[in-house]
Design a protein around this ligand. Structure first.
Ligand SMILES: Nc1ncnc2c1ncn2[C@@H]1O[C@H](COP(=O)(O)OP(=O)(O)OP(=O)(O)O)[C@@H](O)[C@H]1O
Ligand SMILES: O=P(O)(O)OC[C@H]1O[C@H](OP(=O)(O)OP(=O)(O)O)[C@H](O)[C@@H]1O
Ligand SMILES: [Mg+2]
Length: 324
């Protein structure tokens, strides 16, 4: 490990931990925690100059924002909440398909006439008239709430910062409504709350994120390229298939049309004998097979890959373009 190492911040607890570890494992990236499970630093087997930091999802955002980590996995909700200049500080490389949750505005179900954000204006006036104080919104998403309420033209309210069990606030009488994250809606329902019709502030999921402000030494860039190449190769493999078939050379002229129609390629060039090998999107496999059979192809087989390495990949390109 050197000062110029690539630092990757990985969730060590909470909802994202298991999925994040599985995500790296699929890409053939195995953590080695030298001093056992309580060690909060590790390395990546077979990738030199990498330091893995095991942190909470929220701490990962802090490290990415300050440049204390180069790459990290964390929720978009936390990025948008915690970094005021998110687009300048970080580059979101790719969404990861897990950790899905919505940040929402929720009010008591008993408020039957309140359905939209616009209705909150009246609620605020009512609370002021009846109790003499501002409508209170309990949340830990203070910045997301301020921005969203301002966009919707709601100004007459006060935020009550909540550090947990936010959904309990209206029942406990410490706020009238809440902004919090929800996945199944079970916690909202258990607390007799409902989401406003236009009350979804953000649809969040876990993302692979790069810090723009981290010290991107040549060694860090090289290590990041190696890591991203594996991640991209796993994704490319997952979404691609190989089709092999025995095709009469006299009919091979019909191939071009099929390749073009379905965005498929000949990874080893034009077939020399009967053996034809095609790479294509997994979603187009059966259309291509049908096309090949129309050309009289026989013994058509379809295979999936573990990894598919292309000369370049979108993740590395995106990172290097951003770093300049
Ligand atoms: N149902 C959910 N509730 C909360 N967070 C979720 C949910 N589903 C996915 N997430 C994502 O996981 C991130 C981390 O949430 P989690 O509750 O696991 O953090 P944590 O480490 O336990 O921190 P805290 O103790 O502050 O909640 C959230 O910010 C969000 O991006
Ligand atoms: O819509 P649901 O599927 O019910 O999930 C939403 C709940 O999950 C999260 O809490 P978590 O369990 O992480 O506990 P925490 O409040 O300690 O973070 C979140 O803060 C909500 O309370
Ligand atoms: Mg939590």
């Amino acid at each position: 490990m050197t000062e110029s190492s690539l630092i990757i911040a990985v969730p060590s607890k909470g909802r994202l931990q298991e999925n994040a570890a599985a995500f790296f494992a699929r890409a053939g990236l195995v953590f080695t925690q030298s001093r056992g499970a309580r060690d909060y630093r590790g390395t990546l087997a077979g990738v030199p100059n990498v330091e893995v930091a095991f942190l909470s999802a929220s701490e990962i955002v802090t490290r990415l924002a300050t440049g204390a980590a180069h790459l990290g996995i964390t929720g978009e909700d936390l990025i948008r909440e915690q970094i005021s200049d998110a687009d300048a500080a970080v580059e979101i490389l790719t969404p990861l398909g897990f950790g899905n949750a919505n940040v929402v505005v929720a009010v008591p179900q008993a408020w039957i006439d309140v359905r939209t954000m616009a209705d909150l204006d009246e609620v605020a006036a009512d609370i002021r008239a009846r109790h003499g104080y501002k409508m209170r919104v309990a949340t830990k998403y203070v910045n997301l709430t301020r921005r969203f309420f301002a966009e919707k033209g709601i100004a007459d309210y006060r935020i009550v910062e909540s550090l947990g069990a936010t959904e309990g606030a209206p029942g406990a009488g410490s706020a009238e409504l809440i902004v919090d994250i929800t996945t199944t809606g079970a916690t909202l329902a258990a607390n007799a709350l409902k989401v406003l019709d236009d009350g979804v502030i953000l649809r969040s999921e876990a993302n692979l994120v790069a810090s723009v402000r981290a010290p991107w030494s040549p060694a860090a860039r090289e290590a990041a390229s190696a890591v991203l190449a594996r991640i991209a190769a796993e994704e490319e493999a997952r979404t691609s298939r190989e089709i092999r078939a025995a095709l009469d050379p006299d009919r091979a002229s019909g191939l071009a049309g099929i390749l073009e129609d379905f965005g498929a390629t000949l990874p080893f060039g034009e077939p020399e004998g009967r053996e034809t090998v095609i790479h294509c999107k997994a979603s187009r496999v059966f259309e291509i097979v049908a096309g090949l059979q129309n050309l009289g192809a026989r013994n058509v087989t379809v295979r999936a890959f573990d990894y598919l390495f292309r000369p370049t990949n979108a993740l590395t390109e995106r990172l290097l373009r951003r770093l300049g």
